[in-house]
Ligand binder design. Structure first.
Ligand code: ATP
Ligand code: MG
Length: 478
């Protein structure tokens, strides 16, 4: 196949067979965000390169190796966003969202770009759902962010997850810790991988994050960060832990969890899935009290947030057979025979769609037979012929009709309850009157079922004389 019609390496199309699942995850996220009071923010997909090199950090893998950076026609260095937090902070600073002690709870979702080796769960264009709480230094904000991410996964039905947390301290603690790490790893130079030797000079903390098992073994024996934490960082960490325990969350502490971005301070955490193999992190986040200053703000704006890998979440949900809600299917298919009927069908479809009904109608000139075949997947088919409208329920079994009657009956119960609650004059009579009707419904149901048993499917077909009647019937019976 010609290269031109192949998606670039590490990118892929999310086709209709998949995209409805993504929509479900994003809609669920939007609901969770609303419940937690996070408002959506939409950000540019590219920013000035410096925002990331200074924000994410010069010594990170992202900035060193993974960014899509180019010079635009105006000679500016531009980078496709590799992550969202720096952009959210930039937007908050530019628009004064955190002026005079105000705080902002923001979320967004969209594509991120990193030049990585593509594999399952790792792409060059991937998608994240992101939530950031800016302007609050309290550990309650950390707890709320972690709670939010866990709640998202709970609502999506993900199982087999593990929450891992750590504290990476503030800048002061890290300076001390860095020296200790330098000393420790220097004594193990011969056992470190090539990248870690470079990390040793530039940022020894990054060695703790190395995926190489040899380096991992050495990192396991590295000094403990807790011994380098000052009182404030230690207390913050204790409060986050206490908050998580108060909410009943289980978590594991991993002193090697430092996250791949330099801006983290104090809390760092990840949510891991037992069903993802090597790419096992479905979300990661933490606190970043120095990010604002790192990107040039003169005021301190603390923050805490998380990003969840949408591609990986969909993968895990598929693996765990989680529900993605219902596949969107038309409720009605309008089938038309001749030219004149096609016109009626077009108007009926238009009116039903105006009324918010999911309707399909052939626009490609298919034969009547083919249209009928397409309609077979729908709950209802409306057949237009000689100016008349015939409505057939999906399998003509009458189940639809029975459930509709039962539905109405439920409403009757509400009516009876209301009447009884009013206790006004004649309320008993009214209630009895309703019950009388109800008996009719029960008789109706019995009749329908008995006819079905006798093999009579005529109740599944309703014949109507004109378009208005068809519209009224269809919109009332969905
Ligand atoms: P990893 O350790 O898997 O490389 P990371 O620490 O680089 O992850 P973050 O920057 O924390 O990732 O991004 C948050 C989430 O975004 C990750 O937990 C993951 O689910 C997702 N993610 C990161 N990089 C990719 C990618 N290249 N393709 C798909 N999802 C990704
Ligand atoms: Mg990574």
């Amino acid at each position: 196949m010609s290269e031109i019609i192949k998606a670039p390496r590490g990118t892929r199309d999310i086709l209709p067979a998949e995209s409805w699942k993504w929509e479900y995850v994003i809609n669920t996220a939007a609901e969770v965000m609303k419940d937690f009071g996070f408002a959506q923010i939409m950000l540019p997909m590219f920013e000035h390169t410096e925002l990331f090199s200074r924000g994410v950090g010069e010594t990170t893998d992202i900035v060193e190796k993974e960014m899509y950076t180019f010079t635009d026609r105006g000679d500016r260095s531009i980078t496709l966003r590799p992550e969202a937090t720096a952009g959210v902070m930039r937007a908050a600073l530019e628009n004064n969202l955190c002026a005079q002690g105000a705080f902002a709870k923001l979320w967004s979702w969209g594509a991120m770009f990193r030049y990585e080796r593509p594999q399952k769960g790792r792409y060059r264009q991937f998608y994240q759902i992101d939530a950031e709480c800016l302007g609050i230094e309290n550990p309650e904000a950390d707890v709320e962010i972690i709670d939010l991410s866990i709640e998202l996964f709970r609502r999506l039905g993900l199982k087999n997850l593990e929450v891992v947390i750590n504290s990476v301290g503030c800048e002061n603690c890290r300076k001390i810790y860095r020296d200790k790490l330098y000393e420790y790893f220097s004594a193990h130079k011969s056992e470190l991988c090539e990248s870690c030797l470079a990390r040793l000079e530039r940022n020894p903390l990054r060695i703790l994050d190395c995926k190489n098992p040899e380096c991992g073994k050495i990192a396991d024996g590295a000094p403990d960060i807790y011994d380098s934490l000052d009182d404030d960082c230690r207390e913050h960490f204790e409060k986050v832990r206490a908050g998580l325990e108060r909410l009943g969350f289980k978590y594991r502490i991993d002193k090697r969890l430092v996250r791949g971005l330099d801006y983290y301070t104090k809390t760092a955490y990840e949510i891991l899935s037992g069903d993802l193999g090597a790419q096992n992190a479905v979300a990661g986040g933490g606190r970043y009290d120095n990010l604002a200053n790192a990107v040039g703000s003169s005021v301190k704006i603390p923050g805490v947030g998380f990003a969840c890998g949408l591609d990986r979440v969909v993968l895990v949900m598929e693996e765990q057979a989680c529900s993605f809600g219902k596949i969107p299917e038309p409720e009605i298919y309008v089938v038309a025979d001749d030219e004149e009927s096609r016109k009626h069908a077009q108007i009926l479809t238009h009116k039903l769609r105006n009324a918010g009904v999911h309707v399909e109608c052939d626009i490609s000139g298919r034969s009547f037979k083919n249209q009928i075949r397409n309609a077979s997947g729908c709950k209802l088919a409306c057949i237009v012929k000689d100016g008349k409208f015939e409505i057939r329920s999906k399998d003509d079994s009458g189940v639809g009709i029975v459930s509709k009657i039962l539905e109405r009956e439920r409403e009757k119960f509400v009516d009876i309850k209301n009447v009884l609650a009013q206790k006004s004059t004649g309320f008993v009579d009214k209630a009895l009157e309703i019950l009388e009707h109800e008996r009719d419904h029960v008789t109706n149901i019995k009749n329908v079922l008995e006819k079905k048993r006798a093999g009579d499917y005529s109740d599944g077909i309703v014949k109507l004389d004109n378009l208005d009647e068809a519209f009224d019937y269809l919109s009332a019976n969905l």
